[in-house]
Design a protein around this ligand. Structure first.
Ligand code: HEM
Ligand SMILES: *[C@@H]1O[C@H](CO)[C@@H](O)[C@H](O)[C@H]1NC(C)=O
Length: 329
C-alpha cells in the first residue's frame, strides 16, 4: 500500500514539474502580446495604417489578408512560407491549384516596406500575415481579435504539402473536419472559419460542375440560373476572370449572411453547401445564421487558433527583409 502511494506521489510530482522544466530548457520563444514593444514599438500601428490605406484604395486587399492567413497557417506553420516566390530552387506555394484566385500579394510589399523604413529587419513577414488578417477582419466588419506576435519566417516553401493540408472545394466534410481538427480547431470553430466565404469571390472553374450538364439538386434553382448568367459556359478558360461574388447581399462584410444563404441553398462551393447537409455541422450553421454575435465570437476564437498554429519562434527561421525571398547569407 505504502509503496504504491509514494510511487503515485512522485509520479504526479514529476508530472507537475515537467511543463516547467520543459519551459526552462526551451530554446523556442513563445508568442507574446506586443512582442515588438521594445524593438519596434510602432510595428502594429504601422501595419494597421497600411492595411487601412490599402483597403481604401483596393477594398479586396482586406479579403486577401484573410485568405492568406488560412493558406499560410494551414500549411505546416504560420511562417510566411506562402509568400515566397519561385526563384533559386524555391517553388512557390502560390503555384498550387489550391491557391487559385489568390491576389494582392504585391501589396504585402507595401506593408513590409513601411516597416523596413522604421525598423529594418525586425518585424517578420509571418507576423505581417497574421496582423494584416486581424486588421482586415475589422475593416470587413468582423470581430476585433487580440493576437500575439513573435513568429519567425521560414527559409523554405512547402508546395508539395499544400494539397495535403488545404482542402479542395469539393472534398468531403469528413476530410475537411479532420484537416482542421489536426491543428486543434473544433467543429464549431471550423464552421465559423468557413464564414470567411461571406466575402470575396469564386471563379467559374470552381462552380461550373454544379451547373452543367445538370444543375446540382442541392442548389436553389433560381440561384443556379443567376450563376449560369455569371458563368455562361461549362468550360471556362481558367485564365479568364469570370467569377461570382460569394454573397450578393453584403459582399464586403464578414457577417452571418453566409449562413443564411446556406440555409437557402445558395452556397457557392460544394463544401459550403455541405455545411448544412452534414449533421455534424448543420446545428452550428443554424446557430450562426440566427446570431451574428455568436458567429463573430466563434470566428475570433478559431482565427486565433489558426494564427498560432505551430509558429517558428526564438532563433528558428529568420526575419525576411523582402517577404518574397529568403535572406541571402
Ligand atoms: C474547406 C476549407 C476551404 C476550402 C475548400 C476553400 C476553398 C476556396 C475556394 C475554391 C475559393 C475561391 C477561389 C477562386 O475561385 O478565386 C476560396 C475563396 C476564399 N477563401 Fe476559402 N476555402 C476554405 C476555407 C477558408 C478559410 C478557413 C478561410 C479564412 C479563414 C478562407 C478564406 C477565403 C477567402 C477570403 C476567399 C475569397 C478570396 C478572394 O475573393 O480573393 N477560406 N476558398
Ligand atoms: C473535384 O474537383 C476537381 C477539379 O477542381 C476535379 O478534378 C475532381 O475530379 C473533383 N472531385 C470530385 C470527388 O468530384
Amino acid at each position: 500500500m505504502m509503496a504504491i502511494k509514494s510511487h503515485h506521489c512522485c509520479f504526479s510530482f514529476i508530472f507537475l514539474l515537467l511543463p516547467l522544466l520543459l519551459q526552462l530548457h526551451s530554446v523556442k520563444g513563445d508568442l507574446q502580446l506586443n512582442y515588438y514593444a521594445q524593438s519596434c514599438p510602432n510595428a502594429e500601428e504601422i501595419i494597421k495604417q497600411q492595411v487601412i490605406k490599402l483597403y481604401n484604395k483596393h477594398g479586396n486587399t482586406a479579403v486577401s489578408w484573410v485568405r492568406n492567413l488560412f493558406h499560410d497557417c494551414m500549411v505546416k506553420s504560420c511562417d510566411a512560407s506562402l509568400l515566397l516566390e519561385t526563384v533559386n530552387g524555391i517553388e512557390s506555394e502560390q503555384k498550387s491549384d489550391r491557391s487559385f484566385g489568390m491576389r494582392n500579394f504585391k501589396y504585402v510589399k507595401t506593408i513590409k516596406d513601411a516597416l523596413e523604413q522604421e525598423c529594418p529587419r525586425t518585424v517578420s513577414c509571418a507576423d505581417i500575415v497574421s496582423l494584416s488578417a486581424r486588421d482586415g477582419i475589422v475593416l470587413l466588419g468582423g470581430p476585433r481579435i487580440e493576437m500575439k506576435t513573435g513568429r519567425k519566417d521560414s527559409k523554405r516553401s512547402y508546395l508539395s504539402e499544400v494539397e495535403n493540408t488545404i482542402p479542395n472545394h469539393n472534398d468531403s466534410m469528413e476530410l475537411v473536419l479532420s484537416r482542421f481538427q489536426s491543428i486543434g480547431i473544433d467543429t464549431q470553430g471550423i464552421v465559423a472559419l468557413l464564414g470567411a466565404h461571406s466575402v470575396g469571390r469564386v471563379h467559374c472553374v470552381n462552380l461550373v460542375h454544379r451547373l452543367y450538364p445538370t444543375v446540382d439538386p442541392t442548389l436553389d434553382p433560381d440561384y443556379a440560373e443567376y450563376l449560369k448568367g455569371r458563368c455562361p459556359t461549362p468550360d471556362p478558360d481558367p485564365e479568364a476572370v469570370l467569377y461570382s461574388r460569394n454573397d450578393r447581399e453584403t459582399p464586403m462584410i464578414l457577417d452571418n449572411m453566409y449562413y443564411k444563404n446556406l440555409l437557402k441553398h445558395k452556397g457557392l462551393l460544394v463544401i459550403d453547401q455541405q455545411l448544412t447537409s452534414d449533421p455534424t455541422t448543420s446545428p452550428f450553421v443554424e446557430k450562426m445564421a440566427a446570431d451574428n454575435g455568436y458567429f463573430h465570437d466563434q470566428f475570433a476564437r478559431a482565427v486565433l487558433l489558426l494564427s498560432e498554429n505551430n509558429p517558428l519562434t526564438g532563433d528558428e527561421g529568420e526575419v525576411r527583409k523582402d517577404c518574397r525571398y529568403v535572406n541571402s547569407e
